[in-house]
Design a protein around this ligand. Structure first.
Ligand code: HEC
Length: 114
């Protein structure tokens, strides 16, 4: 009886399990706490992807009934709230973007004001 074969099989299975567990680091979710605040570039990219569709690159597009961000008088807290929870056709970002990014966007769009 050949005893070496089952051993090789067991070895291969353990190697495979180690390899699988090594790869099984959970992908970072947006709600996870990040170590660093988002950079200006990251905030701008998030704006382009999540906001410019309705608000445009300068905040003035007003598509899908979006308000003109350049004439907005909302406080920073109000902006954070509307970005987090959405309003009307504006989609909420809660659970999609993290708090630091939402605050970053609220600051970023203030630069659209004339
Ligand atoms: C699907 C279109 C749409 C997208 C995408 C969108 N918005 Fe809006 N946004 C709106 C609409 C519509 C309103 C007006 C809501 C209301 O008052 O009923 C609005 C209002 C706002 C306001 C309030 C301005 C004011 O003074 O009235 C802010 C701030 C804002 N959006 C920021 C953002 C940011 C930042 C993003 C990206 C995370 C974003 N929006 C994505 C449609 C959109």
């Amino acid at each position: 009886m050949d005893l070496t074969r089952p051993r090789i099989f067991v070895m291969m299975v353990s190697v495979a399990l180690i390899a699988i567990s090594a790869c099984n680091t959970s992908p970072s979710t947006p709600t996870e706490t990040r170590l660093k605040a988002p950079s200006a570039g990251e905030i701008q990219r998030a704006y382009t992807m999540k906001c410019s569709l309705c608000h445009g690159n300068d905040g003035k597009l007003m598509a899908s009934k979006a308000t003109d961000l350049s004439i907005s008088t909302m406080t920073a807290e109000e902006r954070v709230a509307i970005i987090t929870y959405g309003k009307g056709t504006m989609p909420p970002q809660k659970g999609i973007l993290d708090g630091a990014m939402i605050t970053g966007l609220a600051e970023y769009i203030e630069s659209f004001r004339d």
